[in-house]
Ligand binder design. Structure first.
Ligand code: ZN
Length: 269
């Protein structure tokens, strides 16, 4: 009898131990993956605000206007774990994914599952979206037509989604975030996202008095990198650069750079 108890105790002990080992292994795997991402990233030293590599070997103007090379693994990644991603493959700046993973893991511990619906979009993709809406519109006046599309869609070359710093989370309707699971997700994000560098840049215009796009409760921006890219945008991109799609001649008249590209909430205290 004593022997049986001893064997039982040993097997329970090893049983637990092996589960513990398994969990530790799993944890190590996640940590390693995380470090791999951290090591590859074009470092931003958040404390000093120093940037080692904002555009890598790429032309900054191209990167800012969606014409950069998203396959450049020194800047971009598609390595979003399946549980945090929609089916479509999306590119993100490595720094953005790194910060997002920290946020998503914290959210998961609080019972919230964050899913990236959309990340980086290049010029060609944005042009297709824009021109489809342009061609389907019945508004005769071109400035008014552009303004109507601009409620929720960016002109090509002026979208933050070109940068790989901005993500759409879980659902593309504000109403989803106003009740039930959506409201829980939104509450978590408004309370916690800033700890990881994320900001809802298209906030409530009535409260923040900003210009530009309507409120988007799903659109979150990784500010430590995006604020630098916005400064670069203002320095490098002029209206004469914004060409190559239907209605591009309206960009200057509609003050797109001032009101839309810069018409954001910065989430600073
Ligand atoms: Zn978005």
């Amino acid at each position: 009898m004593k022997k049986i108890i001893i064997i039982l105790t040993i097997s329970i002990f090893f049983g637990c131990k092996s589960k513990e080992n398994h969990d530790t292994e799993k944890h190590n795997e996640t940590t390693e993956k995380h470090h791999e991402i951290s090591d590859k990233k074009s470092k931003i030293d958040l404390k000093s605000g120093k940037i080692a590599n904002i555009s890598g070997n790429q032309d900054i103007e191209k990167l800012l206007t969606g014409k950069g090379n998203y396959n450049d693994q020194t800047l971009f990644t598609t390595a979003i774990p399946d549980k945090y991603a929609s089916k479509e493959i999306t590119y993100l700046r490595i720094e953005t994914l790194d910060a997002f993973l920290e946020m998503a893991e914290a959210a998961e511990n609080d019972g919230i599952l964050l899913k990236i619906v959309s990340g980086a979009r290049g010029f060609d993709r944005q042009k297709r979206i824009w021109e489809r809406k342009w061609n389907n519109s019945t508004i005769e006046n071109h400035a008014e037509r552009a303004l109507d599309i601009l409620k929720y869609s960016s002109m090509p070359m002026t979208s933050r989604h070109h940068w790989g710093t901005d993500i759409d989370l879980n659902n593309l309707e504000n109403s989803y975030f106003e009740s039930g699971e959506g409201l829980r997700i939104y509450k978590w994000l408004t309370e916690n996202a800033s700890k990881y560098g994320f900001c809802q840049v298209y906030s409530d215009k009535m409260i923040d008095g900003r210009k530009g796009y309507e409120m988007e409760k799903w659109h979150w921006s990784y500010m430590p990198l995006a604020e630098i890219l916005l400064k670069e945008y203002n320095r490098n991109i002029k209206y004469e650069n914004i060409t190559g799609f239907l209605g591009s001649d309206k960009a200057r008249e509609l003050n797109i750079i001032n009101d839309f590209v810069n018409g954001i909430e910065h989430c600073q205290d």
